[in-house]
Every structure is written in C-alpha cells, then in structure tokens.
Design a protein around this ligand. Structure first.
Ligand SMILES: Nc1ncnc2c1ncn2[C@@H]1O[C@H](COP(=O)(O)OP(=O)(O)OP(=O)(O)O)[C@@H](O)[C@H]1O
Length: 228
C-alpha cells in the first residue's frame, strides 16, 4: 500500500529532513510515526499525499508512483487518501454538514449519495445532532471529529494524520483514538504522526521511530520509547 525506497528529502534551505528512508506499509495496518521535534515526521507524512516531493528515491502510495506522476494525476491520488491535521482546517463559514459534504462535491459525487454518506460518517464520529453547527460553535474535539468525518467520507484507502490529538486534552484524545481504531477495524490503513506517549504505549501498534531523518526503530506492537 505504501512503499518507500531510499527516500531523501532536502529542503531548499539545505536541511536534510529525510535520509534514505525505507518503509513498507500493508493494507489494514495501523502505524504510528514517532520522534523528537524536527526529526522528520511531518515531512514523512507530507510525502504520502504529495504535499512535498522527495529529492530522491522511490515512493508508491496505493499503486501511484508519487514521484513520477503527472500533475493532473495528483487529485486522483489525493481522493484515495484522507488527511487529518492537528489544527482541524475546517471551513469556518460552512456548517458541519457542509464541511463534510464539500469533500464529496470536490470529487463530483452524486447528490443523493452525498446526503446518505455525510449522515453516515457523522454517525461514525457521533456528531449527527450537530450537523447545523458552524466550527466556531464546536469544541476542539468536536472540530477534530468533523475533520475525521470529512477525511473518511469518500472511503479512502489510507487515512493519514499529523498530530491529530496535539491540541486536545487526554480524555478527548482517547475519544478521537477510539474513532481511529474503529476506522482501522473496518479495514482502512492508518498512518499517524504523534507525540502522545500514552496513546502509543497503550495501543501497541506498529511504531516507526525517526531520528534526524532516519528510521531508528520499526517495531510491531511497539511503544513510544522516548523520554519526553
Ligand atoms: N518547508 C521547509 N523548509 C525548510 N526546512 C523545513 C521545512 N519543513 C521542515 N523543515 C525542516 O526539516 C526538518 C524536519 O521537519 P519536520 O517538520 O518534518 O519535523 P517533525 O518531526 O514533524 O517535527 P515536529 O514534531 O516539531 O512537528 C526540521 O529540521 C525542519 O526545520
């Protein structure tokens, strides 16, 4: 599902953010990406949806050759991925329903499918009753639920999340992780960068640790493994 070979990323500033990274992630896996600040986690995540391109190496994501694909193919890659950020990134002047529906409008999904699919994912994240609210009327945890609903409404092959609980308190973070667990149980691959030691230690999923742009540990049923 994800195949990285000798991926290097050097930014224009000269910083080497990824240094010969090799990773294979299979369908249905749940993978945490951990590492100190500046280790290269976000850069790793951004490669997957082609927000950044590697300087060298081979990268396949869900059958797409991310490095060599034509620009016009990029939307086809991205519609197979659901991406979630620490800061939610909702559209402030759209309601909960409209924020989620917008992801379907972008791919020109049929209207009748839209109503059903949006209601269904709002059920998954427990927000059906708030469908008319605007983001400013929601708590941080609720906003992140909307972002998750938006990410999964088109039934992506892979959900990619960069610090999705970074702005949330521990109880709310666990509620969010329960949603990710359910999405993963339904067969969706999840790749998540996180600093949340308690979550990584408790969930016992695959852990890929990055240090100075290099993978220093890749462990099934791993723990966080770093001092805070
Ligand atoms: N757009 C950019 N231009 C130049 N350097 C960058 C850019 N983005 C990241 N970097 C540098 O690349 C390195 C890796 O950054 P990255 O954001 O991937 O780390 P991270 O592990 O996600 O850190 P954090 O946990 O703080 O988010 C850092 O040295 C960072 O300063």
């Amino acid at each position: 599902m994800i195949h990285m070979r000798n991926i290097c990323k050097q930014y224009d500033t000269g910083t080497v953010a990824l240094d010969h990274v090799n990773v294979d992630i299979k369908k249905g896996e749940f993978v945490f990406i951990v590492g100190a600040s500046g280790a290269g986690k976000s850069t790793f995540i951004k490669m997957l949806f082609r927000e950044e391109l590697p300087t060298s190496g081979k990268l396949m994501v869900n059958g797409h050759d991310v490095v060599h694909m034509e620009h016009r193919e990029v939307p086809y890659l991205r519609r197979e991925l659901g991406v979630i950020f620490q800061d939610y990134r909702l559209l402030p002047d759209k309601t909960v329903f409209e924020n989620v529906a917008f992801a379907m409008q972008v791919i020109e999904a049929p209207r009748r499918l839209m109503q059903r699919s949006v209601n269904s994912v709002l059920d998954v994240v427990g927000l059906r009753d708030k469908y008319k609210c605007f983001p400013s009327q929601l708590s941080g945890g609720e906003q992140q639920r909307v972002a998750i609903a938006r990410a999964i409404v088109n039934d992506p092959a892979i959900v990619i999340a960069d610090e999705p609980t970074g702005n949330l308190d521990p109880d709310t973070s666990w509620d969010i992780m329960d949603i990710f667990k359910r999405i993963n149980k339904a067969g969706t691959t999840i790749v998540m960068a996180t600093h949340d030691r308690a979550i990584v230690d408790t969930m016992k999923k695959r852990v890929i640790a990055i240090e100075n742009g290099q993978i220093v540990r890749d462990q099934l049923r791993g723990g966080y493994g770093y001092e805070a």
